[in-house]
Design a protein around this ligand. Structure first.
Ligand code: EPS
Length: 353
């Protein structure tokens, strides 16, 4: 059974939920490890005051007994504490009583760079909030919880995944202070590295099997991500073949790792190195020109509480996305309804190599 992840949840709704299926039975999970990743995602210089309202914690509703997976769907929940300020505005059922709190008036001023305009056009909404709530990067919280589960599975075969922001643009506190003063926002770049990845995860057999393509989709699927690079990425395009490729030693390791641990759509046993970059966040305190959808007149875009930068959060979210995709590829390769079978299959494979 392959690993699958389904998630749901609006930014100011009651909760974010994820259902993870295909996990082997007997995997030990630690609540503190999952919560530590949730906390890492909330940190970073430049986050919105929203992070002072939220203290993200995972709740498990199914699939776990006494800290071990049952081999059945694992249901994770991260509650939105801010929902208490939006109970009327984000009520799943027709709200009762007089409108109160946030989200009671329709949003009609789409933000350039956000899902706002195309979202209301596509789904036929009158209120931009009906689009922006799910498009929000808030829901990356539950994907980070899922990533922590994936990292626990990968750890059983010696794979470790770690994301880190490049110390520039949105991850440079001085640049963030300047941008905040100018009522502007910043983007930036993060690198995710995975060690202990055995050769042969993914495949060249079909386009959809290629691990590089799958990692690119997983990273590009994160809000605001605009580019993904594997290893030295587009820099390789400017080199000669003799300079670009990683020569092989007799022990089958490489002299360099410009390919970032991926060749032919497969891991090659070297450290896996992927990078992704996010655009500056589109909610600006000094708004860009837009249209008022209620009147059709020129107007300025919606101004809402928001982050100046979320690049350090992206490092944690990208780490989770890479971990999930690697765990999925490992589960495809090694199978196992019981964790011991998964681990044994990995051991036999590595011995053969
Ligand atoms: C977001 C806008 C802000 C961010 C949010 C993502 O939310 P709010 O409008 O409630 O202040 O804080 O990110 C989170 C809440 C989070 O936990 O990461 C957006 O429009 O994408």
């Amino acid at each position: 059974m392959t690993l699958e992840l389904a998630s749901a949840g609006e930014s100011h709704g009651p909760a974010l939920v994820a259902i993870l299926s295909g996990l082997p039975a007997g995997l030990e999970l630690e609540q503190t490890a999952i919560d530590a990743d949730l906390r890492r995602r909330q940190q970073g210089y430049g986050r919105s005051p929203r992070q002072q309202i939220e203290t993200d914690e995972v709740e498990v509703l199914a699939g776990l007994r006494h800290g071990r997976t049952l081999g059945t769907p694992l249901a994770l929940v991260v509650r939105n504490r801010d929902h208490k300020n939006w109970t009327w505005g984000m009520s799943p059922w027709p709200p009762e009583g007089e409108p109160e709190g946030k989200g009671t008036r329709p949003v009609t001023l789409p933000r350039p760079g956000h899902a706002d305009l195309a979202g209301v056009q596509k789904y036929g909404h009158d209120d931009v909030r009906n689009a922006l709530e799910r498009a929000s990067a808030r829901h990356t919280a539950v994907h980070v919880a899922a990533g922590a589960v994936a990292k626990a599975l990968l750890a059983t075969i010696g794979v470790d995944v770690r994301g880190e922001a490049l110390a520039e643009h949105g991850a440079d506190p001085a640049a963030v202070d300047e941008a905040r003063k100018a009522r502007d926002t910043l983007g930036g770049t993060v690198t995710v590295r995975a060690t202990g990845v055995p050769p042969g995860l993914g495949s060249y057999a079909r386009k959809d099997d290629r691990l590089d393509a799958r990692l690119a989709a997983a990273l590009m699927g994160i809000q605001a991500v605009k580019s993904v690079e594997i290893g030295d990425g587009k820099e390789l395009a400017g080199l000669r073949g003799s300079e670009a490729h990683d020569e092989i030693k007799p022990d089958k390791t490489r002299m360099t790792n410009r390919a970032g641990g991926l060749e032919g759509g497969m891991s090659n046993g070297e450290e896996l190195v992927v990078r992704c970059s996010m655009k500056p966040l589109p909610t600006l305190m000094k708004p860009l020109r837009s249209v008022d959808l209620a009147t059709g007149e020129a107007a300025e875009a919606l101004v809402e509480r928001s982050d100046v930068s979320a690049v350090e959060a992206l490092a944690v979210v990208a780490e989770a996305a890479v971990a999930w995709e690697l765990a999925r590829a490992a589960k495809e390769k090694f199978g196992g309804d019981a964790l011991v079978d998964f681990v044994a299959a990995h051991r036999v494979y590595v011995e053969r190599l």
